[in-house]
Design a protein around this ligand. Structure first.
Ligand code: UDP
Length: 484
């Protein structure tokens, strides 16, 4: 410890997350872990994200707890009223790629007496070649962070081979159930419909710049290593395959559990330190009055939008299931919502009796609450890991990106839930809710509990993620000596 303290301030790491809630959440956990390990950390976000964090996250608690963690910002160049969500991601991505380089470079080379020289950049792979270009230019070692699942990253990385072996492209709707046989580490597990959504050529949200970014996973070969938010017992076969291609693979997740296990000095739950939305904690009080494992938590994450028609299918399914539910409906979640649209009386009645709706929940705390018995999720990678750690079985309704493959792993590989992909029908929702919460309850609770145990073991002293974080720390320190 003394030696580490002596080194405090010498190792300065800059973290650059993609400007999305999930990416910021997971990289913020990594930033806190590195700060706990005595690194000087700069967390670099866009002005827009910074403003949201300032409004909705407890930035003050963050800087008090981690005096060596500093937030810095660059412009993303978009007007304030730009939606920066869903299809608009493409604009954001291309703007950052064309304008952000000099801004990032200035931050990487700036140095003051109080702030040591930057010795490593941990860049979000979402930003593709941008981070590698800047790191090369200023001569700073780069490590990529991948906020998506290992399975998605690997499936995208292997895209050229899949095209070569005629496994791709997907040839229309009738091809969706064809099994992909040649993906190393996941042979015969995926059908075409389980591949990351970017492979679905006709999908409306398949926007070119985003598509090329994600396909650009090969940019990660320009980094010294790659950090993944996963653990060996969850993704071991894939990680072994990746190690054949990448010089260093650090599997340090689940990051939120890792942080909680190292933050021994403060056992109470932390308010969100990275939320983009106003957290409504009233749902925790409501949960306190519900029976053990009786409530289904429903959330589709920070980006998903759904039509009113689909909203109604879910709503009827939930109410008709007769189970209790806590549902996050973000203010911007329903596409083209007309405020005059009336909610049918039977839904209002059913919701009043057994439901609770919020605009944004303290999700990690909700999933850990004893009243929660299941999670209807869009299968975002953070949500999936948070559910795994809490031992909560899932019903998956994937929307885009890595969610299609994550939901396949949930149902067919880890067997901790059901996959409802490509269907949005009130009868199916009702049936799946009852399967998860009643008919197959014990089976799913047992497998989810077993997986949660493995997740906690991985981040405890001697566990695979715990050791991998120490390897990462040692590696960053060795590269900084290289630079001095
Ligand atoms: N989240 C939250 N409250 C909510 C909904 C989501 O705190 O009401 C958090 C959730 O805990 C997760 C993140 O938002 O960490 C969503 O990330 P994910 O990768 O699951 O999905 P995305 O939003 O990127 O689609």
């Amino acid at each position: 410890m003394a030696e580490e303290e002596e080194e405090a301030g010498v190792n300065h790491v800059v973290l650059l997350p993609g400007p999305l809630q999930g990416n910021v959440n997971s990289m913020m956990k990594l930033a806190q872990l590195l700060a706990l390990h005595h690194f000087h950390v700069t967390f670099l976000t866009t002005d827009f994200i910074h403003r949201r964090l300032h409004r909705f996250a407890d930035i003050q608690a963050l800087s008090q707890t981690y005096p060596n963690l500093e937030l810095k910002t660059i412009s993303d160049g978009l007007p304030d009223d730009h939606p920066r969500s869903d299809n608009a991601l493409a604009d954001l991505y291309s703007f950052l790629n064309s304008h952000a380089k000099p801004l990032i470079r200035d931050i990487l080379v700036s140095q003051t007496a109080a702030k040591p020289k930057v010795t490593c950049l941990i860049g979000d792979g979402f930003l593709g070649g941008l981070t590698a270009d800047v790191a090369d230019e200023v001569g700073i070692p780069l490590i990529h962070f991948r906020a998506i699942s290992a399975s998605c990253f690997w499936a995208l990385f292997c895209a050229p081979n899949l095209f070569e072996s005629n496994q791709l492209p997907i040839r229309g709707e009738e091809d969706m159930d064809r099994v992909i046989t040649t993906l190393p580490g996941m042979e015969n597990i995926l059908r075409c419909r389980d591949l990351p959504s970017f492979y679905r050529g006709t999908e409306s949200n398949l926007v070119e710049p985003l598509k090329s970014t994600v396909f650009d996973c090969h940019q990660t070969l320009r980094a010294r290593g790659v950090i993944l938010n996963t653990f060996e017992d969850l993704d071991g076969p894939l990680l072994s395959q990746m190690r054949l291609k990448f010089p260093r693979v650090f599997a340090v997740g689940p990051l939120h559990a890792h942080l909680n296990s190292e933050r021994v000095f403060d056992a109470k739950p932390t308010p969100s330190m990275s939320s983009f939305w106003e957290v409504d904690r009233s749902c925790l009080t409501w949960l306190d009055s519900q029976p053990l494992k009786s409530v289904l938590y429903v959330s589709f994450g920070s980006i998903t939008t759904i039509t009113r028609e689909r909203l109604m299918e879910f709503w009827y399914g939930l109410v008709n299931s007769k189970k209790r539910f806590l549902w996050v409906i973000r203010p911007d979640m329903v596409a083209g919502e007309d405020n005059n649209d009336r909610v049918p009386a039977e839904l209002e009645e059913g919701t009043k009796e057994r439901g609770f709706i919020v605009g944004w929940a303290p999700q990690e705390e909700v999933l850990e609450h004893k009243a929660i018995g299941g999670f209807l999720t869009h299968s975002g990678w953070n949500s999936t890991l948070e559910s795994v750690v809490a031992g909560v079985p899932m019903i998956c309704w994937p929307y885009f990106a890595d969610q299609q493959i994550n939901s396949r792993f949930v149902s067919e590989v880890w067997k901790v839930g059901l996959d409802m992909k490509d269907v949005c029908d009130r009868d199916v929702v009702e049936k799946m809710v009852n399967d998860l919460m009643v008919h197959r309850r014990e089976e799913f609770l047992n497998s989810a509990k077993a997986m949660a145990k493995l997740a906690h073991k991985s981040v405890s002293p001697g566990g695979s993620s715990y050791s991998s974080l120490l390897d990462l720390i040692q590696y960053i320190k060795s590269t900084s000596r290289e630079n001095n």
